[in-house]
Design a protein around this ligand. Sequence first.
Ligand code: DGY
Length: 320
Amino acid sequence: MEKPFVYVTRALPEEQLSSLKEAAHIEMWEKEDEPCPRAVLLEKAKTAAGLLTMLSDRIDSELLSEARQLKVVANLAVGYDNIDVEAAKKHRVICCNTPGVLTESTADLTFALLMAASRRIIEASDWIKQGRWTGWGPLLLAGADVHHKTIGIVGMGSIGRAVARRAKGFGMKILYHNRSRSQEAEAELGAVYTSFPQLLEQSDFVVCLTPLTNETNHLFNRSAFQKMKRTAIFINASRGQVVDEADLYEALVNKEIRGAGLDVFAEEPISKDHPLVSLPQVTALPHIGSATNETREAMMRLCAENIALVLGGEPARTEL
Ligand code: DGY
């Protein structure tokens, strides 16, 4: 019997897909750091039983209605705002993401970004590399303390809790806002549930980890930034569209907040001419939240395993 066809939309190391090799005929988009063009994805999806997709691939009604043999989409990310899950359900396509395996690495990066933004780490390193270090100065590249400050986490899922554990180690007061209360975060970490406006008003660091949905689109807008302390630092490691970038730019330029650490942007990739990147008080990263070798490999293996399970008639490990 012919093996089912699985299309992988980025060049991935084959050894990470070994669990799928027996079960499927695998084909990959040949480039590692360039997305598979939409036209290629639509064409491949027409005959694929499985797709291993990236967060930059749109899985929508247009694709699903032509993908007659498609049984499973495994997205190499915990976020799945690129997938129309309702449409997939109608087409009886199972969708999976990669929760769990990336929690700690993403929390590490989020906290590193917070530290870098507050202590001006990237700016300071660039200072030396640009040959500008001519002497010690009492306030040279002085930043803001992290320890014992207040962190406000918006989105207290597993990554939010992992960030809170790191914050606890720094003696920080932890506030959080979430759709539902997290007993675990309250009992284990002493995190305090607050309304969204209260969190904005009281936090020294406002950390956005909430998924992108219709409700969270542009959640961080002019009105939100105006509620924050003028010394606040805003961190986003979720999705760019949760922020109104024009409003964030205004807030930074008008010194309504002190700085920002951004791992994600509304339209990725951004160029060096993006207005937010021109500001010294912005620490910008190219969406590397879960990007460690160990974690990305674990994410790839989980995707491959999910596809193999579904094609073998078994439930996926992490179905949406
Ligand atoms: C995710 O998994 O959603 C991250 O944004 C990818 O790094």
